[in-house]
Design a protein around this ligand. Sequence first.
Ligand code: PMP
Length: 406
Amino acid sequence: MGIDQNSIIAQFPILKQQINKFPLVYFDNAATTQKPQCVIESLTDYYSNFNSNIHRGVHHLSQKATEAYEQVRAQIKDFIHANSSNEIVFTKGTTDSINLLAFSIGETFIEEGDEIIVSELEHHSNIVPWQMLCQRKKAHLRVIPVNDEGDLLIDEYRKLLNKRTRLVAVGHVSNALGTVNPIKEIIDLAHQNNSFVLIDGAQAVAHLAVDVKALDCDFYAFSGHKMYGPMGIGVLYGKKHLLEQLQPYQGGGEMIASVSFEKTTYNELPYKFEAGTPNVADVLALSKAIEFIQKYGISNLAKLESEVLEYATEEFKKIKRIKIVGTAKRKAGVLSFLIEGVHPYDVGTILDQFGIAVRTGNHCAEPIMTRLGIRGTIRASFAAYNTKEEVDRLLKAIHKTIDMFG
Ligand code: PMP
């Protein structure tokens, strides 16, 4: 049975506004999704009713906040099907998760001459931390190429794997083109080669059911703000036996067992990786975002999005001057395109005049743009509150843009 999309839309107060006298059409969800009322209210509720620092207080508020915070860790464990809450590390977001891992795995496992594999499709957040690590350790970055459609060339990946490959870091879904990568195959091949695997799930968690146990990935990173949750909170999942071996990333309060000037010992998992006062308010609000997703069911939300993506793709194909960038076999949530003869920035600016929010540029994925021989694209990215009627408004505005530019 289908779900009532209007009841979803009604929960997002920001969508009710007009921009430039037009009802807002928000197609910039790959950058960040909007937040339902339950997430917004959770933030106010926390600061109004039980704000306090957690883990080290005997008083009522601190205990209440600690309990709520740890319950969310367990909820996220269930959401991504991890084995244990100790495998869930709270971070600021995907970028923070990957930097944590790059530092910690680097200090623990990476030696001179080792190799790390990324792909040509990656977001800068899943490239630069590995480059920095390679510089620190005199290791080498290797890159899985893609074809013109935006699919990874798995045979080339097989060839890159060798006995020096310590880690493979690839995205689950590309933010620039929408490609859904065959990550199970990528993970299995890496493991056959005794390499660790990190999956950058920033663009996946709001669109696909994620089961880290079934995937068998070693690490999985994602951000709250791309899954209807607040900014400033994210997760690094890691297999317990691996996290236990890793050096901590940052030092400070909370991550220690005992401190003396002679010797400091580190706290148990996951606290070893959570130095300093945690972002309790956003953790609790993230919990509401997960409840929102689970209330409808991720596959139902994904169905709404894929109907919109398919409709938009078919309609865009009919417009001669439009070139769709990224036509991979399997896609989620993203339609990147160009209009012949019009700069993407101009398209974005004109669409904004019609109240339509899209993103233009390289989408923090410059290498894939370079590979495709372009500087950037116009990107419409979808969430469960987007409709075909909104796509029709986009199409109308695109026709007007084409007319304006002759
Ligand atoms: N990876 C991918 C695939 C992304 O789309 C993004 C955000 N655009 C990131 C990483 C970085 O996420 P954040 O900015 O939330 O850290």
